[in-house]
Write a protein that binds this ligand. Structure first.
Ligand SMILES: NC(=[NH2+])NCCC[C@H]1O[C@@H](n2cnc3c(N)ncnc32)[C@H](O)[C@@H]1O
Length: 415
């Protein structure tokens, strides 16, 4: 057998630590923000072999950033919340127009206010991330709370003040500009209402601000709107998307472009597809709630890694191209026994601006009625870029007509 050629070690590359890492196990190497590490090997995408001051061990690759030779500029460690970009985007009308144009979303919040208007009388409401103030204006227009604190961190807040005045609500609605978890509210709130949901429920992680505000400003026995949330998943076909992005390369204009298939897979199927509209007929089984949040008890630390199991029973033969995810949120009634209002962003409800999120497998798999797809989903928050996460799916197909197929894939959203 030909002797294994000793792999010459390339010269180590210098990386800088973007945040602290505490080693768990003797094989790992702990470090602090700003440390300069020498990376000797990259045995996997997630864990590298690195050295710090003569000590060597495994380090999480996502905590490091390639350090241009000798760059001393530590201020280049960007804000992990990317607040300038994030709140900058909400300082313009584009996103607010998209959200306000989403009738399903906006009417649901109005429905919540209308169906609880009597109980809202004389209550203190905090509207976290009020944007243009639509929810606060609904409260003032459709109910008689004693006060609504409309909290908005972006520069939109000054326009929101104008809208409150323009609609004669300045007696009841007070606009406060600032991050909800940092500013001082004049008093505790009876109700904390917010529209915080991002793609795949958690992207943007605005939910962290809601939980911090809950712990600081919601009085004991106060109400969270939404009260609960669920991430829902279903195995699905995605024929047209697959044809458009992948099959296209087989015979464009009679030519063979198949050498580009690996590139296409890398470029189009590595990240999830936001704003996917799944046709209910493309669902290969009944959907399953894989992660459920109780907004009264979930803790910020729980958001680091959220895991859910699933078991799908395939109800019809088809091609398993991937998984589609969406979310629902529930608003409990202020009155005991009152009806819960739900916003469902799934394929059997009116479409919303979130639409659904499609996770494409690398290779489509034929499945048949009676097959089962078991596995789990793990949402791992990005330790550096705090509004981002990686979604990892593990699946195991038990099929009578084929041997069992096992697979796993991680999808960064986005970093
Ligand atoms: N459903 C979402 N994904 N986004 C819709 C709500 C986002 C609104 O909340 C504001 N916002 C987001 N986080 C915060 C915060 N911590 N404090 C105050 N306003 C905020 C943001 O500027 C925007 O106007």
């Amino acid at each position: 057998m030909q002797a294994e050629k000793e792999e010459e070690e390339a010269s180590p590359e210098e990386y800088v630590a973007l945040c602290d890492f505490t080693a768990s196990g003797s094989e790992q190497l702990g470090f602090s923000t700003g440390d300069k590490l020498l990376v000797h090997a990259k045995p996997s995408a997630d864990w590298w072999w690195a050295e710090l001051q003569g000590v060597i061990g495994y380090v999480p690759a996502s905590y490091l950033r390639q350090d241009a030779a000798g760059e001393e500029d530590d201020t280049s460690l960007e804000d992990p919340w990317q607040d300038d970009e994030y709140f900058g985007s909400y300082g313009t009308l584009r996103l607010h127009l998209e959200m306000l144009s989403d009738r399903s979303r906006t009417e649901t919040y109005r429905q919540v206010i209308v169906s609880n208007s009597a109980s809202l009388r004389n209550k203190v409401v905090m509207d976290l991330g009020c944007g243009t103030g639509i929810i606060s204006l609904f409260c003032a227009q459709l109910a008689q709370p004693s006060v609504v604190y409309a909290v908005e961190a972006s520069s939109m807040a000054e326009h929101t003040r104008q809208l409150v005045k323009q609609n004669g609500c300045e007696e009841m609605v007070t606009v406060l500009q600032g991050r909800a978890e940092e500013l001082e509210l004049p008093e505790q709130a009876d109700i904390l209402v917010s529209e915080w949901m991002g793609n795949c429920l958690l992207f943007e992680f605005m939910v962290e601000s809601v939980l911090l505000a809950r712990d600081r400003w919601l009085r004991d026995g106060g109400v969270m709107w939404p009260s609960s949330a669920a991430l829902t998943l279903v195995p699905c076909q995605a024929d047209s998307y697959y044809s458009e992005k992948m099959a296209f390369w087989e015979r464009p204009y009679g030519l063979d472009f198949t050498p580009l298939l690996p590139l296409a897979q890398q470029e189009f199927f590595t990240k999830p597809k936001f704003s996917h509209l799944i046709d209910p007929k493309d669902c290969l089984s009944a959907p399953c709630d894989v992660i459920c949040l109780n907004m009264y008890t979930v803790q910020v630390r729980d958001l680091e890694e959220m895991e859910g199991e699933f078991k799908f029973c395939v109800v019809k033969p088809g091609v398993f191209h991937g998984f589609t995810a969406w979310f629902t949120v529930q608003f409990e009634s202020l009155e005991a026994g009152g009806a819960t209002v739900e916003l469902d962003t799934g394929p059997n409800s009116d479409p919303t601006h979130w639409k659904q999120t499609l996770f494409m497998l690398d290779k489509p798999i034929h499945v048949y009625s009676g097959d089962s797809i078991l596995g789990n989903i793990v949402l791992r928050r990005n330790p550096v870029w705090r509004r981002h996460m990686t979604v990892t799916l593990h699946w195991n197909i038990n099929s009578s007509s084929d041997n069992c197929q096992v697979g796993t894939k991680s999808f960064p959203m986005w970093r």
